[in-house]
Design a protein around this ligand. Structure first.
Ligand code: MV4
Length: 454
């Protein structure tokens, strides 16, 4: 096992990784920007090294500075967390070339799955369900027009290098497809330096279903079941839960096993999430693979009892997975809400500044992953998420009630947060019924905005 790990991240995920390292007897070295000087998580680190000024481009995204910090601190491995450099295959490559283990997949596996055309090809081969559409990046527009006519409109044009909702165009007829391909190509070329796009069937009113997987360097890969992340606004998830409500157990097993097979065939080691859309007949279609630990990993930890962050470190050190598929079972229900320093009444405007009041909830099944506390000043430079509240209970109904109680106990001020919004969303009839889709939050926000005006 490693003696010392460098954490190339900040905030709650840095703290989560520090805790995992310490449980494994590993020293944790943090890098930080000057905007994060005095950040509460740094107190828990064995060493903290300033790598530059506030803007991410000059600190958390500066590969040379992170490598230099790993060298001076004699770390053996680098954990990227999520965001920042976590899905940057070049960074993983530089880590390896500099003699550090990257805690995550090999650059080869990251590249193979990060290219969505390639990822879909591998998925077809391994029996993971995907949307019908073009099998390669579009070379000839007429070929794309032919495929769209076969699979029927609406279709969606996506960037092969894209992800998380960037570089997509919906087309409802041939004219829209022709302009959509051009627009998506240009956008993708500018954003990713790769203008490759493909077309697939567009599904309306879907649910977002994602399978947590983890592989080791010995050819083993298992799934840890799924999360439903349909509660989102502008591709920012608000609420995540595990397991997905109302899913047929046989269909669940089939799709989760197909995700594990995909990861195994990609010779993938570390944690990965295979994203799917699910239609109202519980048909599944793979969207993309996220090659990192995700914000919402705790709900999976709560229902499976697997520590995903610790297991990710172990497999990076070359250990075999300490469990097989038959050891993994769903126990109860877990829901996570993201506590963002944002004002939902003012277009979700980020709220930087001093937290004066911070009173955290407690009780059975209540977990908080947060770096915040009273006296912490939220810097304006980064993501507005200041923590996650995760609740575990025997069943979904109890979990929702327990979560509402915890949200009522949670007092943060004077900065505005998403806590009051979550209390309302948890009472939304579609959410309570478990019949919500990826558009219900935005639909509901529009409705209440209209009601407020009238
Ligand atoms: C889709 C889709 C409908 N049909 N693909 C958005 C993010 C990226 N991961 C893929 N996305 C979508 N792909 C097909 N064929 C709808 C979305 C989508 C979405 C997906 C998951 C969560 C929220 C979403 C919000 C809008 C659109």
């Amino acid at each position: 096992m490693f003696k010392r790990v460098l954490i190339a991240n900040r905030g709650e995920i840095a703290l989560r990784i520090i805790r995992a390292c310490h449980e494994l007897g590993i020293e944790a070295v943090c890098v930080y920007s000057s905007a994060d000087k005095g950040g509460p998580w740094l107190e828990q680190a064995d060493r903290a090294i300033c790598i530059g000024p506030g803007p991410s481009k000059e600190s958390y995204l500066k590969i040379e500075r992170i490598i230099a910090a790993a060298e001076v601190s004699h770390a053996e491995a680098i954990h990227p967390g999520y965001g920042f450099l976590s899905e940057n295959a070049h960074f993983a490559e530089v880590c390896r070339a500099s003699g550090f283990e990257f805690i995550g997949p090999s650059p080869e596996a990251m590249n193979a799955l990060g290219d969505k055309v390639n990822c879909k090809r591998l998925a077809r081969k391994t029996g993971t369900p995907v949307f019908p559409g073009t099998e390669d990046a579009i070379e000839d527009i007429e070929e794309a027009v032919k495929v769209a006519a076969e699979i029927q409109y609406p279709v969606i044009v996506k960037a092969r290098a894209g992800g998380g909702g960037r570089g997509m165009r919906i087309a409802r007829d041939e004219a829209e497809l022709r302009t959509g391909i051009e627009a998506a190509r240009q956008e993708a070329a500018a954003a990713f330096g790769d203008g490759g796009v493909y077309v697939e069937k567009f599904l309306e009113n879907a649910r977002h279903f994602e399978v947590q997987t983890i592989g080791d360097k010995h050819g083993h890969a298992v799934h840890l079941y799924e999360r439903d992340c349909s509660s989102q606004r502008r591709h920012q998830k608000l609420i995540e839960e595990a397991p997905a409500p109302g899913v047929d157990p046989k269909k669940r097993d089939r799709v989760c096993e197909s995700a594990a097979t995909l990861i195994r065939e990609a010779k993938y080691s570390g944690a990965a999430t295979v994203e799917f859309l699910m239609d109202r007949h519980q048909n599944f279609y793979m969207l993309e693979v996220n090659t990192r630990v995700q914000v919402e990993h705790p709900v999976t930890e709560m229902i499976t009892g697997v520590d995903i962050v610790k297991t990710g470190i172990r497999v990076a050190a070359g250990e075999e997975l300490p469990f097989t598929q038959k050891d993994i079972h769903i126990n109860g229900h877990a829901i996570e809400v993201r506590i963002n320093a944002e004002d939902p009444d003012r277009g979700f405007m980020p709220q930087a500044g001093l937290i004066e009041t911070y009173a955290a909830p407690g009780g059975p099944g209540v977990r908080i992953d947060s770096h915040a506390r009273a006296g912490y000043r939220i810097p304006p430079n980064y993501d507005s998420m200041i923590g996650k509240l995760i609740v575990h209970a025997p069943d979904r109904a109890t979990c929702i009630e327990r979560l509402k109680g915890a949200l009522r106990e949670f007092k943060i001020g004077p900065v505005k947060t998403t806590i009051p919004l979550h209390l309302k969303l948890l009472d939304h009839p579609d959410f309570r019924a478990g019949s919500h889709d990826i558009h219900y939050v935005e639909r509901w926000l529009k409705e209440i905005a209209v009601t407020a005006k009238a």
